[in-house]
Design a binder for this molecule. Structure first.
Ligand code: KG4
Ligand code: ZN
Length: 367
């Protein structure tokens, strides 16, 4: 089975062809970084136009690379949300047109499910698994029970982790994209002890008996440190930025580890029969090496396997969309050509209920 995947939900235009035997026959990603850099963030209107300008060429390149034509395909999968609605519509319209013209099934893919299933494109990973999704718009801990079946245990109550990286980087004067630039600056930090002493930062919600996240306070603390340096007549020099970036990453690693601990304990208690209980970490921020190492330590302590996609498949791409399309098609989850683009699309429609139930259970067990 060969599926064409199309991704246009944010600032990457992408097309890929993947088989049900886990072969990525082609995988083209066009980053729009240069189109948005001057604005310091993604401009939805520009994103949609750039998708329009380049998607056809990328689909053609994906087919040529795989040495296939449309008639060799078994289906077309396009991200149908959540995301910037104009861009999502561009990708869906292209996907639906190809499906209609060649009489192929169309699969409308939830972008977050595509991130969630990416590790299964690399290797056979059995359900259920514990899932940490960390991207520019989402920060969630979920139980992945099956394709199309997720239970939300925790989510951010304000900013997403990627957003916190991006906004903090901007405050420090690091260019767009913030996340990767902040990671580079942190790697340049020369004296770790002194960086942590210079820049004390909060660990939001640490110790709280649930697995929700909050990152807006951390971003505010970064602003306070930056403002304090500016008012001391001291312009930020490279060492300041490197030290603050390092302190920021350590605070993030501590916070995410703390928030995950309860979910891990509960997951293991609920599924004692699993041979290889696993934590899957996916989404753009999963590319961060310090976070990956911190989660390796954490899962090691709890005897859990840590599974992360290769860095190249952490950020937005169409191979993950094609793979999610394959998983859904194999289960008969096909969409009609009148399915709509969805700016919001929770993986767990009963998310609030499940989050509350998780918190209640943890609190009862703590008594
Ligand atoms: O999954 P993704 O590519 O797009 C969304 O679905 O949102 O995630 C993008 C986010 C951005 O906030 C970006 O700054 C962040 O992932 N990111 C990183 C790194 N690479 C990308 N954050 C920290 N460290 C990185 N190496
Ligand atoms: Zn994404």
């Amino acid at each position: 089975m060969k599926i064409l995947g199309i991704e246009t939900s944010c600032d990457e235009t992408a097309a890929a062809i993947v088989t049900d035997k886990r072969a990525i026959l082609s995988n083209h990603v066009l980053s729009q970084l240069k189109d948005h850099r001057a604005f310091g963030g993604v401009v939805p209107e520009i994103a949609a136009r750039v998708h329009m300008d380049h998607l056809d060429t990328l689909i053609r390149a994906a087919l040529d690379d795989a040495q296939l034509t449309f008639t060799d395909l078994d289906g077309v999968a396009a991200t149908s949300g959540p995301g910037l609605i104009g861009g999502v519509m561009v990708g869906m319209m292209a996907g639906k047109a190809i499906a209609a013209a060649h009489d192929l099934p169309f699969i409308g893919v939830n972008h977050m499910e595509a991130h969630a299933l990416t590790p299964r494109l690399m290797e056979e990973i059995a359900f259920p698994y514990l899932l940490l999704l960390v991207s520019g718009g989402h920060t969630q801990i979920l139980l992945a029970k099956d394709v199309n079946s997720y239970e939300l245990w925790g989510t951010t109550i304000d900013d997403a982790l990627g957003e916190c990286f991006d906004k903090s980087a901007k405050l420090m004067g690091l260019g767009y994209p913030g996340g990767p630039n902040l990671e580079k600056a942190a790697l340049e930090c020369q004296n770790h002890e002194s960086a942590l002493a210079r820049f004390p930062l909060p660990r939001p919600l640490k110790g709280r008996k649930n697995c929700d996240f909050s990152f807006s306070g951390l971003k505010t603390a970064i602003r306070t440190h930056v403002d304090a340096m500016a008012s001391d007549q001291h312009t930020l020099v490279r060492d300041d930025v490197n030290d603050l970036s390092y302190a920021f990453e350590i605070a993030i690693c501590d916070t995410v580890s703390d928030r995950l601990k309860r979910a891990i304990v509960y997951f293991k208690r609920r599924f004692p029969e699993l041979d290889a209980p696993s934590l899957v970490v996916s989404g753009g921020v999963a590319a961060n090496l310090r976070l990956r190492n911190a989660l390796k330590d954490l899962t090691g302590r709890y005897d859990l396997a840590l599974i992360t996609p290769p860095v190249s498949l952490c950020g937005d791409n169409a191979a993950m969309v094609a793979w999610a399309g394959i998983e859904r098609l194999q289960r008969g989850l096909i969409d009609s050509l009148d399915c709509a683009a969805r700016p919001r699309w929770p993986l767990d429609p009963d998310g609030d209920k499940h989050r509350r139930a998780f918190e209640q259970r943890v609190n009862n067990e703590g008594k």
